[in-house]
Design a protein around this ligand. Structure first.
Ligand code: PMT
Length: 228
């Protein structure tokens, strides 16, 4: 396909896009969990922008109070393990995988069946690392075009370049989450896209608009790698 002749509403026509969004929750006991500040807005905006570009979308979402367009297959999950399992159940025939979720990196070794009592002054939690969903997908024998985020508070581009190589993904979207009004639980975001042939900056803008630019950019990189 000639990119410059592509209409924006048909840019991803016939393509399947799988997206993760929002936070995950790792239970500690029946009433407590570990989580983070992800609102899901970035991932949902990407899903909506990809839908508007003509793609068929599956969105695997952590618990957020957002609604999906009826044409988007939205699957709700809580833990990193269920997000991983759901992604793996839906990844075959996926053309583009975008990991926008902020997956909690650790889970407790044993979830307490009863509410943990606050009798002791200190409490040790034994945490075990969660499997990396993005790296698992990127290392499949026939992986889709994989897009990961890098959320960093310092050395953003250095860590992001490292993630591109280590996770073997096609594209990393780096966001500096130390910036006020950007990243986690904000209306806006700013991104530096990093791939093996270059870097491109997307300045601070509303996540809905940014997502449209990012989907166009992801489609360009996808067709560069998979000419039709
Ligand atoms: O949800 P919002 O409030 O709109 O905020 C958007 C966002 C800041 C959450 C989003 O833009 C973002 O950066 N998402 C990724 C957050 C993150 O956890 O980044 P990370 O650098 O820890 O992880 C790197 C990549 O690996 C991410 O694509 C992440 O989805 C993926 N990952 C991480 C751990 C894991 N177990 N599985 C994964 O797939």
């Amino acid at each position: 396909k000639e990119l410059n002749t592509l209409n924006k509403t048909t840019l991803l026509q016939g393509k399947r896009v799988l997206i993760t969004a929002g936070p995950t929750r790792e239970p500690l006991d029946p009433v407590r969990y570990l989580t983070n500040k992800s609102s899901g807005k970035m991932g949902y905006a990407l899903a909506e922008a990809a839908r508007m570009a003509g793609a068929k979308i599956t969105l695997v979402s952590g618990p957020v109070p957002l609604t999906c367009h009826p044409d988007i297959q939205c699957i709700h999950v809580e833990t990193g393990k269920t997000m991983l399992n759901t992604v793996m159940e839906n990844v075959s025939n996926t053309d583009i995988f975008i990991a926008a979720a902020a997956v909690v990196d650790y889970h407790v070794e044993e979830i307490s069946q009863k509410k943990i009592k606050k009798t002791a002054d200190t409490l040790d939690l034994h945490l075990i690392k969660n499997i990396d969903i993005l790296a698992t997908v990127a290392n499949l024998p026939h992986p889709p075009f994989t897009v990961g985020f890098a959320a960093e508070t310092h050395n953003v581009l250095t860590f992001a370049r490292k993630k591109l190589k280590e996770k073997k993904v096609n594209l990393i979207l780096a966001n500096d989450v130390s910036q006020k009004h950007a990243g986690f639980d904000a209306e806006e975001n700013a991104i530096t896209a990093i791939w093996n042939r270059g870097e491109d900056a997307f300045p601070l803008s509303k996540k809905t608009l940014l997502a449209q630019h990012l989907i166009e950019f992801i489609a360009q990189r996808y067709y560069e790698k998979n000419p039709t």
